[in-house]
Design a protein. Structure first.
Lengths: 116, 109
């Protein structure tokens, strides 16, 4: 079975540009979450989507947006890129959401974004 | 938001047992304690999760005292391939994961 997939694997952009990152969850999983991981730090929560609706948002500016499609795949969009947006962007999927011990999140390999 | 505190780094040798302790003094009643492993340039990988007492699976054990203000991940007989960053984290009210800086474990031959 395929795990969580993300595309592209690497991306180089310049300041001011926008970027779209894509994620396909594990088959049957209905929730997708996005995390940003800056070098040397732990992943930071950006968004969580479940059944195509935003169910959680971390402390990120409005330049960051996301959506989930009917097939449960997801896109993360970042506008007006800043140098500080350079990071590994991780997508995680889970069966559902909430505090249940069964809602283990499975992470993809990430997209490495470099902003010059 | 509840936070976790764990050592920044630990060193060990192959074949030894490694115990990584995490402090979470403000853990909420409904928080689960979860541990993830991450290799460079890869996404985190789930290791183990627990609510109280002891949980064991094929790769690790998790010890949680009655007050739940700390937890200890135990890795038996580590190998070089266990060199990684280990994150202790609590599941947020939205179900999202709240990561700290993690513990960088270095296993030496």
């Amino acid at each position: 079975d395929a795990g969580v997939t993300q595309s592209p694997t690497h991306l180089i952009k310049t300041r001011g540009q926008h970027v779209t990152l894509r994620c396909s969850p594990i088959s049957g999983h209905k929730s997708v979450s996005w995390y940003q991981q800056v070098l040397g730090q732990g992943p930071q929560f950006i968004f969580q989507y479940y059944e195509k609706e935003e169910r959680g948002r971390g402390n990120f500016p409005d330049r960051f947006s996301a959506r989930q499609f009917p097939n449960y795949s997801s896109e993360l969009n970042v506008n007006a890129l800043l140098l500080g947006d350079s990071a590994l962007y991780l997508c995680a999927s889970s069966l559902t959401i909430g505090e249940s011990s069964y809602n283990e999140q499975f992470f993809g390999p990430g997209t490495r974004l470099t902003v010059l | 938001l509840a936070k976790t505190t764990q050592p920044i780094s630990m060193d060990s040798y192959e074949g030894q047992e490694v115990n990584i302790t995490c402090s979470h003094n403000n853990i909420a009643t409904n928080d689960y304690i979860t541990w993830y492993q991450q290799f460079p340039s890869q996404g985190p990988r789930f290791i183990i999760q627990g609510y109280k007492t002891k949980v064991t699976n094929e790769v690790a054990s998790l010890f949680i005292p009655a007050d739940r203000k700390s937890s200890t991940l135990s890795l038996p007989r580590v190998s070089l391939s266990d060199t990684a960053v280990y994150y202790c984290l609590l599941r947020g009210s939205q179900g999202n994961l709240i990561f700290g800086k993690g513990t960088k474990l270095s296993v030496k031959p």
